[in-house]
Design a protein around this ligand. Structure first.
Ligand SMILES: [Zn+2]
Length: 251
């Protein structure tokens, strides 16, 4: 039940999609994996939009080279745990949102708390975690958004287990790479990239939970162009093995 202050706080959004949708956001719990660039960009909008409960996982600490793109962090936060710092900032931003910090990596045991979860946002820099979260999305039937960034490329892959015709992370990236892959630390990154994809993650999640949009394309930024692609499930994907069509772009 939204109180008077909350109704005022969310009034512009309620004008757009109504009180019931705002109530649904308040009743929602979202897991966010990663308090780095994507987390810093999406979380203020999730909290600002009125998501009721956020559970934030990250085992990292704030370092000076993070500050150029992880824009919630300040010089004084260097050396502190990212999940705890960010949760504290977000809690002050919106006291009506409950923000729970888990200053560690998301682990398989955390799956037990997923039944109370309405959406998962994966924004870590760990490929194994992305494959794990994709698998859990199907096991637990939880809508999930997986983001990834390169120096000047990015992608956002919605994983919607109830929509049989949309591709998942494993349809696109068939297997975990066996060798080291480039990271921000090896190849660098253009700072605003995290803002583009983090904001999009928040937008799609809020729209989904509010019930205003139900289908989402894959978004890719490459060669300085942003494109939306509807990609069908791939025959190699274990989560779509009963699906007959091969992966192909049709959008
Ligand atoms: Zn798949």
């Amino acid at each position: 039940m939204l109180n008077k202050e909350e109704l005022e706080r969310y009034s512009r959004q309620i004008l757009l999609f109504g009180r019931n949708a705002q109530d649904r956001l308040k009743e929602s719990t979202v897991f966010v994996i990663g308090a780095g660039g994507l987390g810093n960009a999406c979380l203020p909008y999730l909290v600002g939009s009125g998501i009721g409960t956020i559970v934030l996982f990250d085992d990292d600490i704030v370092e000076r080279h993070n500050l150029s793109r992880q824009v919630c962090f300040q010089e004084s936060h260097i050396g502190q745990k990212k999940a705890e710092v960010l949760a504290n900032i977000l809690q002050q931003q919106n006291p009506y949102c409950k923000v729970i910090a888990k200053a560690r990596k998301f682990q398989l045991e955390d799956v037990n708390s997923l039944p109370n979860c309405d959406a998962v946002l994966e924004g870590s820099d760990d490929i194994s975690t992305k494959f794990l979260i994709n698998k859990l999305a199907f096991q637990k039937k939880i809508p999930t958004w997986i983001g990834g960034l390169g120096p000047v490329q990015g992608h956002l892959i919605p994983v919607l287990p109830n929509q049989k015709n949309s591709a998942c992370y494993q349809c696109i990236f068939e297997k975990e790479p066996q060798s080291e892959i480039p990271t921000c630390a090896t190849d660098g990154i253009l700072s605003p990239m995290v803002g583009v994809f983090g904001s999009l993650m928040a937008y799609e999640t809020v729209a989904y939970l509010a019930g205003t949009i139900t289908e989402f394309p894959i978004t890719i930024l490459e060669k300085e162009q942003i494109r939306s692609l509807n990609i069908r499930p791939a025959s190699h994907c274990p989560f779509h093995k009963n699906h007959n069509s091969d992966s192909r772009r049709n959008g």
